[in-house]
Design a binder for this molecule. Structure first.
Ligand SMILES: Cc1ncc(COP(=O)(O)O)c(C=O)c1O
Ligand SMILES: N[C@@H](CCOP(=O)(O)O)C(=O)O
Length: 430
């Protein structure tokens, strides 16, 4: 499959080139030239397919021939070595748990998939690749873990100082080896802007091969479409009208869900559930897209004021506002509402959610008021222990720490503080 730049001022390119570049030379995000729906029989036969078979069939068209089919099968088997269970809370609401990977956030799948694709492309290449990542909390840890020790790849992670949880910070600052963590005096959007600026900086790009492991990179973004198909496999025999409530920040996950729908997955509707960073909620009300500086919330990984992937969503709907509104609703919720939701989920269903999942739950409840005939799945995008203080204080219970979290708790943080783009450049050129 070839890819084009959404800024339409750069040549179309192969999957391999799109992965290695991350962002097109005109600063546009790459988008597949075609999306070919799978036959209806694929979804009718889904009970007989394993997760790895589903993943292979749904992503094959986007990555072959650059990744040969046999290599793709191995990459998928290695990537999906954990579970994706759906837990039903009641007749109308389920949660899809996406936190069973090594860093306990949904980013693990995309990060592991991309690391293996880049490792494959890089095997006969003498030049080292530098992977730049901006994180509001979870991408950094997942990418650090996924790329640790990958030959010929250096990873540089930018995160907003003081605005990620303690455990998220440990996950991205303690691995060392080929991973460097930069603590930025600013918000997530400052980190993301610095990364995008670096791609356009010829002084850097003539010295080094830069790519991104944020969802702007197609190899990080597209595997996220698997989740929606995995949930459908678990629910379709019981519920006919399935809607997904996706806690959204950079909008890569929900946009990947829309790609699954384009492949023919019968999804009735999407809900973008936001915290106070509500650019898209406001857009759907006013048709005005006004990015603004992000504000800090307890669902910190969603503190994004200018979501990268919204442009991909507009492309899927051919920039047709009415068509988008038919398929997407959006609500935003305050921290106070999020804490109330954490308590309600715990008291009513004995289920411990994390603040991001709680925002997704609130999105389900808001949508179900108008559409009680549907079944709403909210994505549990991270394990609650990643936000230990907030969750324990809110539900007034101690929660057990899983092994993945215990492993990093006592490690020593190592980061470099920076406050400007020039300081980033200095680190990269060293
Ligand atoms: C726990 C969690 N939930 C939700 C999101 C938002 O996902 P997206 O940026 O794909 O919208 C993120 C970060 O991306 C996250 O880490
Ligand atoms: N919420 C993210 C922000 C970056 O999102 P990405 O999907 O574009 O990498 C995070 O946790 O870092």
């Amino acid at each position: 499959m070839n890819y084009y730049s959404l800024n339409k001022k750069a040549p179309n390119t192969s999957f391999k080139d799109a992965v290695i570049k991350g962002l097109a030379p005109d600063k546009g995000l790459y988008f597949p030239e075609e999306i070919n729906a799978l036959p209806k029989s694929f979804f009718e036969n889904i009970d007989n397919l394993s997760y790895t078979e589903i993943a292979f069939e749904t992503i094959k068209q986007f990555v072959t021939p650059d990744i040969p089919e046999d290599v793709l099968k191995t990459i998928i088997e290695e990537t999906l070595s954990f579970d994706f269970p759906v837990i039903e809370l009641n007749q109308n609401i389920s949660t899809l748990e996406l936190f069973h990977g090594p860093t306990m956030a949904f980013k693990d799948v995309g990060a592991r998939f991309m690391a293996r694709c880049l490792g494959y492309f890089n095997q006969n290449n003498d030049q080292e690749v530098t992977v730049l990542v901006a994180t509001s909390g979870d991408t950094g840890g997942a990418v650090a873990n996924g790329f640790l020790g990958v030959e010929g790849v250096n990873v540089v992670i930018l995160y907003p100082s003081g605005k990620v949880s303690d455990i998220q910070e440990k996950q991205l600052t303690t691995l060392k080896k080929n991973i460097t963590a930069l603590e930025v005096d600013g918000v997530f959007d400052d980190c993301q802007d610095m990364v995008k600026r670096a791609f356009l900086d010829e002084e850097l790009t003539t010295h080094m091969q830069l790519t991104s492991a944020n969802s702007i990179n197609v190899a990080r973004w597209l595997p996220q479409l698997f989740y929606f198909v995995f949930a459908y496999k678990q629910l379709h025999n019981k519920h006919k009208e399935i809607v997904f409530s996706v806690p959204s920040g950079n909008f890569g996950n929900i946009c990947a869900g829309m790609m699954a729908q384009q492949l023919g997955l019968p999804i009735k509707h999407f809900i973008a559930s936001n915290n106070d960073n509500n650019v898209v909620t406001e857009y759907l009300q006013s048709e005005q897209y006004n990015p603004k500086p992000s504000v800090q919330t307890i669902s910190n990984a969603m503190d994004v004021g200018n979501p990268s992937n919204f442009i991909r969503i507009q492309e899927i709907y051919h920039n047709n506002f009415e068509a988008l509104k038919e398929n997407l609703s959006s609500y935003s919720f305050s921290d106070k509402q999020t804490k109330e939701a954490l308590k309600e989920i715990y008291n009513d269903y004995s289920y411990v959610a994390d603040p991001h999942g709680a925002v997704g739950y609130l999105g389900c409840k808001a949508y179900l008021k108008e559409h009680p005939e549907t079944h709403c799945v909210f994505l549990e995008t991270a394990h609650p222990t990643k936000f230990l203080d907030i969750v324990e204080d809110t539900i007034r219970e101690n929660i057990d720490l899983p092994e993945q979290i215990l492993k990093v708790m006592d490690k020593k943080k190592k980061s470099i503080k920076i406050s400007s783009y020039n300081e980033l450049k200095e680190v990269l050129l060293k």
